[in-house]
Ligand binder design. Structure first.
Ligand code: NAD
Length: 491
């Protein structure tokens, strides 16, 4: 297979990324001199080393954020917006290099990295526009004697912890609204994929963000290093994107300082194909909902619930499309599906497939690891997956599509809601009234009707139940970074 990216270009892109901690506008090594490796998951080889922060570095990052908070909150909204707009332009202009960097550290195919860079940049643009629309209200108290004024003010210094699966977009979804609202921040990217965030920090500084507003700490000891920041009374807000398991421990840790908290956690999305669905559209949507990011997305379709009259045809067509996908290193020409992030993730996916097969499911396509190096797994479709199979209850985070059937719409809704998660549901139907009733009955923060992707910077992204709370994007996104102050005025 021919490569569109030469090894020289890979080296050049990697050579340009800063690898230190970004504290108070300066790149610095970790105080204790520690470094940690970054691996290419398609080869298992080390591609970079970045600073490995300890507790003292995390404290310095928060010191910088606290020192910058007052002046940043007092900066004119238009100026905050213009910085975000310039950052949007810079990310867009450098999209090719940033996409390659992302593919090298995370594995996804270049086309997917390009899509993530565009999506990430859109949060900068969206919130550049929101910065100047922060408003309050003025009203007359019911007794007519006093006036009620409400104003919105920045929450204060924030801590952002982000996952490896969308190394840049999960950052800009928090950084964009925080910058727009006038908050300062400490960002801790996932240790597997720190490079995209470090590149973004450089761009934010170049766009004119004052020193100390954004500080980046990379560390291999997330627990103890983040506990230091979470326990500091100067921190006011935590926004976390990651697994439900870690989210739960962070909610507990945030109780001591009674932080404002936003949690974007795991999902177990049902993809429902009702009896009257347009099957072509449903198969197209299924490919997107399942295979965006190799299935390593919180929004990934995790359970395909298909009406019994359509199940055989849907499964056959989905399997044909999945089998035609090209698996390989993300930088290679024509590759659709890259590797999973690490060996443990691949073992988990393989374990879920064998559990389903042991219980009686049929492998229609895939079902095996691929290649001798890297962490590749074949796009897989499982039919007749029995209730009770782990693959239906746990977040798969890989390219596996389990199909089960139902008889009535009510049965589909009951099956869909049988999960502790509630991030997103997909439903395919040609009937508007059925679509509305189903969307209303589903227990999730988001519903895609006849569409396999819901992510949109202009929409409020977020979940219910164990998928978390808080919303990112849309008009709602900036509210997470604003406090309402009420002033009563006696006349
Ligand atoms: P993870 O929970 O293992 O890690 C997320 C982040 O938390 C990383 O930066 C990690 O280093 C850090 N972390 C881990 N332990 C910590 C601790 N004890 N204290 C502080 N920080 C800690 O998740 P992941 O494997 O990186 O990402 C995959 C998960 O993220 C999936 O469950 C996925 O559904 C979820 N996710 C959710 C959304 C959403 O918007 N709802 C978006 C993307 C990913």
């Amino acid at each position: 297979m021919s490569s569109v990216v030469t090894p020289d270009r890979e080296t050049a892109v990697l050579g340009r990324v800063p690898t230190g901690l970004f504290l108070a506008g300066r790149w610095r090594p970790a105080a204790a001199g520690g470094v940690m490796p970054v691996e290419d998951p398609s080869t298992g080889e080390r591609i970079a080393e970045v600073a490995d922060a300890d507790v003292a570095d995390a404290r310095s990052a928060l010191d910088a954020a606290v020192a910058a908070q007052g002046a940043w909150a007092a900066t004119a909204p238009r100026d905050r917006g213009e910085i975000l707009r310039r950052a949007f332009e810079l990310v867009t202009a450098r999209a090719e290099d940033l996409a390659l960097l992302m593919t090298l550290e995370m594995g996804k195919a270049l086309a997917e990295s390009r899509a993530e860079i565009a999506y990430a940049a859109e949060f900068l643009r969206w919130f550049s526009e929101e910065a100047v629309r922060i408003s309050g209200r003025w009203s007359v108290a019911p007794n007519g004697a006093t006036r009620l004024l409400t104003m919105k003010q920045p929450v204060g210094p924030c801590l952002f912890i982000t996952p490896w699966n969308f190394p840049m977009a999960m950052g800009t979804r928090k950084i964009g609204p925080a910058v727009a609202a006038g908050c300062t921040m400490v960002v801790k990217p996932a240790s597997a994929t720190p490079l995209s965030m470090l590149a973004l920090a450089g761009i934010m500084a170049e766009a004119g963000l004052p020193d100390g507003v954004l500080n980046v700490v990379t560390t291999s000891r997330s627990g103890p290093v983040m506990r230091e920041v979470l326990g500091d009374p100067r921190l006011r807000k935590l926004s976390f994107t990651g697994s439900t398991e870690v989210g739960r421990t962070l909610v507990e840790a945030s109780a001591a300082q009674l932080l404002r908290v936003s949690m974007e956690l795991g999902g177990n999305a049902p993809f429902i194909v009702l009896a009257d669905a347009d099957l072509d559209a449903a198969v197209d949507g299924a490919m997107l909902a399942k295979m965006r990011n190799m299935g390593e997305a919180c929004t990934a379709a995790n359970r395909f619930l298909v009406h019994e009259s359509l199940a055989e045809e849907f499964t056959g067509r989905l399997a044909e499309r999945m089998a035609a996908l090209v698996v390989g290193r993300g930088v290679e020409d024509g590759v659709d599906v890259g590797p999973l992030i690490d060996a443990a993730s691949r073992e988990k996916v393989a374990g879920l497939v064998s559990d389903a097969v042991d219980r009686g499911a049929t492998v229609v396509t895939g079902g095996t690891p691929v290649g001798q190096r890297g962490y590749f797994y074949a796009p897989t479709v499982l039919a007749d997956v029995p209730p009770g199979s782990r693959v239906l209850a746990e977040e798969i985070f890989g390219p596996v599509a389990p199909v089960t059937t139902f008889g009535t719409d009510d049965e589909a809704i009951a099956l869909a809601n049988r999960s502790e998660f509630g991030l997103v549901c997909y439903v395919y139907t040609r009937d508007l009234s059925r679509a509305v009733h189903t969307a209303e009955a589903l227990e999730s923060g988001m519903v895609g009707v006849n569409q396999g992707v819901v992510s949109n910077p202009a929409a409020p992204f977020g979940g219910v139940k164990h998928s978390g709370f808080g919303r990112e994007g849309g008009a709602e996104g900036i509210e997470e970074y604003l406090e309402v102050k009420y002033v009563g005025m006696a006349l």
